[in-house]
Design a binder for this molecule. Sequence first.
Ligand SMILES: Nc1ncnc2c1ncn2[C@@H]1O[C@H](COP(=O)(O)OP(=O)(O)OP(=O)(O)O)[C@@H](O)[C@H]1O
Length: 243
Amino acid sequence: MLLEVRNLSVSYGNVSAVSDVSVHVEEGSIAAVLGANGAGKTSLLNAIMGVTRAQGVVRFAGQVISGWSSARRVSAGIALVPEGRRILLSLTIEENLLMGAYQRRDREITGDLTKMYDLFPNLARRRNYLGSVLSGGEQQMLAIGRALMARPRLLLMDEPSLGLSPLFVREVFNLVRSLNSAGLAILLVEQNTRMALQAARRGYVLKLGRLALESDTEELMKSDDLTKAYLGDDVTVKHRLHA
Ligand SMILES: Nc1ncnc2c1ncn2[C@@H]1O[C@H](COP(=O)(O)OP(=O)(O)OP(=O)(O)O)[C@@H](O)[C@H]1O
């Protein structure tokens, strides 16, 4: 098992955002975390990355990393594509990409930059332009490229398709699939439930900070438990999930 999260809890003062949640991601697989706004999905990813304080045990590649700084977790092979992309608009596209490699001391950074430009030709053409020239979809690609520059074994992705046009949503999911085919494990938080379940092997549904359901995605898609666990009997959601 590449990532094992056991009994993780996150609180902000008196607000409990995540309670006693356990998830796992197998080497080379995709797992999806689903749930309504405020269910605790971002808090869970941030806790795994070490940017939010949490209780519980996080084990990565056989080591307990719960006490580690986020920088050390990056070096160990975890990278986060944060909610809202968070690229630096006043830096160039290339500088944004290089930020993802800030922990690395090896000599292959330039080669990896070339790989990113092969993967994202739109970024290559404008490598010396400021991040602010990019569309939302292109900024998402840059955020993913920046995370890949850390050479992760596990990529944590926080709502990568949020706010994007249908064309870019498809592009994001195609990219998720091809990165995974190349061996990268991915923990994917998504509002686009249907596409996330199609891409992932295992699915987790959070509700009010607690794990409401977990199963292989094939089972989840067949059963009504998903809609029940998700938001009760909301008919529009049911329609959206099974459409
Ligand atoms: N920095 C913070 N301080 C206080 N409360 C917070 C903070 N961040 C999140 N929360 C609260 O914790 C709960 C879980 O939030 P979180 O962002 O993890 O959920 P989410 O499922 O990612 O939601 P969204 O899809 O809206 O981002 C919510 O009740 C939220 O209001």
